[in-house]
Ligand binder design. Structure first.
Ligand SMILES: Cc1ncc(COP(=O)(O)O)c(C=O)c1O
Length: 392
């Protein structure tokens, strides 16, 4: 079958392929510790599940408006105001099948062929691919570990050309766990003020998984004068451990862009699962105690993991400010990250994700969305593997 150029331009997700390979080994009885998870290892809180079950039993089994239930969009607008200091009307909110779907649709809605999208690296694997799928051109800007993997204002400015259509901001970040504080966001906004054609796609999906007093700031709240060109994307997967529910949303700069995205959904998914949306509503209305429990567990694992990794020769690991990943440099080991990930899988039964997948060679991503016991065992295996295979 001859496939389209569009399909040939897209890379399969390396994170998914490593998880699949690890699962295959597990199915063969190998005791693999997956460090690749992009989802919390906790179950969805009971009150959220109960709300979806009740909705199902009530007969909420039909199509919903393709931009989401009005009651859910209202609750999202309320959340954005209360938690993020952002004014959005429910008509500016479009609920999609996960933040991934919402991001995909934003790229489809704003890019024409050849338009450039500035993506700081290390990046979440899907941003360049969303760009390719919209026939745009990702412009990757490398950031450094010593700068906390944050793009400097001068780097952003240098990357902007007359073809630049969007800048992707992800704070806290997957894969680095690092975030931009208010001052750092203000400095980026200052650059963007001069370029009125550049939209900002602000992916805030890890906003609640933050540590050590890091304060999450929504870009649109820091730079209200840029509101008309900011898309704020968020979802339920990470905060409420609802990855399988497929629920996310985008808050659009105006109702016209929201209508554009709704139109894409009209002609593709017709919105997301009806009863799942009632679960999302319960998540927003049910308080944050369940999230805090998960956050505290992540925090404890995070500190254990970073300290243990930094004790292994050649590993340099920053303490992440958010999310549930660490992104250590293993450059000193001199092994390309893909080869390293494969060897760790085959020789130590560990499954991290190679940094190359995120546009950052010399690193691996380790998820701490797994139990403390698993992490302890993983570190023990990594130490032993290092002692046997890496000469200092
Ligand atoms: C940075 C980032 N954005 C968006 C998503 C998508 O989340 P979902 O589609 O499950 O809402 C992910 C998931 O891994 C992510 O890491």
């Amino acid at each position: 079958m001859k496939l389209s150029r569009r399909v040939s331009a897209v890379k399969p997700s390396a994170t998914i392929s490593i998880t699949v390979h690890a699962k295959q080994l597990k199915a063969q009885g190998v005791d693999v510790i997956s460090l690749a998870a992009g989802e919390p290892d906790f179950d969805t809180p009971e009150h959220i599940k109960a709300a979806a079950i009740t909705a199902l039993e009530r007969g909420e089994t039909k199509y919903t408006p393709s931009n989401g239930l009005p009651v859910l969009r209202e609750a999202i607008a309320h959340k954005l105001q209360e938690e993020n200091g952002l004014e959005y009307s429910p008509d500016q909110v479009v609920v999609g099948c996960g933040a991934k779907h919402s991001l995909y649709n934003v790229f489809q809605a704003i890019l024409d062929p050849g338009d450039e999208v500035i993506v700081p690296a290390p990046y979440w694997v899907s941003y360049p691919e969303f760009t390719h799928l919209a026939e745009g051109k990702p412009v990757i800007v490398e950031t450094a570990q010593r700068d906390g993997f944050r793009i400097a204002p001068a780097q952003l400015e240098a990357a902007i050309t007359p073809r630049t259509r969007a800048f992707v901001l992800n704070s806290p970040s997957n894969p680095t766990g690092m975030g931009y504080d208010r001052a750092a966001l203000e400095a980026l906004a200052e650059v963007l003020r001069a370029y009125s054609d550049v939209a900002v796609v602000s992916d805030e999906i890890y906003e609640h998984l933050i540590y050590d007093g890091f304060e999450h700031c929504s870009f649109a709240a820091v730079a209200p004068d840029l509101y008309e060109r900011i898309f704020t994307v968020n979802g339920f997967s990470k905060t409420f451990s609802m990855t399988g529910w497929r629920l996310g949303y985008v808050a659009c700069p105006d109702t016209a862009s929201a209508k554009g995205i709704k139109c894409i959904q009209d002609q593709s998914t017709t919105g997301t699962t009806s009863f799942a949306q009632y679960g999302a509503l319960a998540a927003l209305q049910g308080g944050m105690a369940c999230v805090e429990e998960m956050r505290v567990a992540f925090d404890e694992r995070r500190r254990f993991l970073v300290n243990a990794l930094n004790a292994i020769p050649g590993v340099e690991c920053l303490m992440p400010q958010g999310a549930f990943y660490v992104f250590p440099s293993v450059k000193a080991w001199g092994i390309p990250s893909m080869e390293l990930a494969m060897r760790l899988l085959d020789e130590a039964y560990l499954a991290p994700v190679p940094g190359a997948a995120f546009g950052a060679e010399g690193h691996i991503r380790i998820s701490f969305a797994t139990s403390h016991d698993h992490l302890e065992e993983a570190v023990t295996r990594l130490q032993a593997w290092h002692a046997e295979h890496v000469s200092d």
